[in-house]
Ligand binder design. Sequence first.
Ligand SMILES: Nc1ncnc2c1ncn2[C@@H]1O[C@H](COP(=O)(O)OP(=O)(O)OP(=O)(O)O)[C@@H](O)[C@H]1O
Length: 250
Amino acid sequence: MQNLPIFELKNVSHRFEKIQSLTDINLKIKAGEQVALVGSSGAGKSTLLSLLNGTIIPSQGEVWILGRNFRTLRPKLRRQIQQQIGTIYQQFNLVDNLRVIHNINAGHLGRWSFFKAALSLIYPLEIQTATQALQQVGIPEKLFERTDHLSGGQQQRVAIARVLVQNPTAILADEPISSLDPQRSFEIIDLLHQLSQHNKKTLITSLHAIEFARSHYQRIIGLKSGKIFFDLPADTLTDSLIDKLYTDPI
Ligand SMILES: Nc1ncnc2c1ncn2[C@@H]1O[C@H](COP(=O)(O)OP(=O)(O)OP(=O)(O)O)[C@@H](O)[C@H]1O
């Protein structure tokens, strides 16, 4: 079990009606790995992340998550597996007019009953857990602030705190810094790196900023026109290969 990959894709292709977004992907990602996904717009990065968190099922091939062939699972087991995968998005996916604590507590939703979730909207529950998560992302004083009163960088920290409360095995981040300035971008990438290392969580991040992929990830996967163009340790990736990823036709 120890050596089983957290994620495995076997001959995976995906098609959105007329658009072939991924073609024949074979990939294994082990526990604790920090992987950056890079490639031009439309290369298939978000599609790949959506396959890894079970949001979409591939048109062809098999996606194995935590040792299970996801397609074959019953809905209840699918939800249990999905609870183990936390995802952070470019647009944060927070409810703007709620206080921060409610957005963080959304990380419990897969585990809480409907009643508990509804009650927590009136009397916030698990304040200590939420405070700890907010402390880990560096803004503990914002717990009762309205979410839309925070800056973009702070909102992304809240989204990360929500994932920490979910306590997943793996964290997926889909272009988490696209709407942030360079300094905030560095801070969020650095935070994700520190948290995944400290909490021993697998981290997979899609990124346009190649410099952060190189500085903060062990492994870099380049996608080009829906195919894996390279899959290399960060310290062996050359500038010329990066140029080819973005310029040459496949
Ligand atoms: N829901 C969808 N319906 C139809 N086509 C889609 C859908 N999602 C993605 N695609 C198409 O699949 C291809 C891959 O898209 P994807 O979003 O995975 O790329 P990406 O590498 O994440 O791009 P970006 O960096 O711009 O986010 C694109 O051609 C895109 O237009």
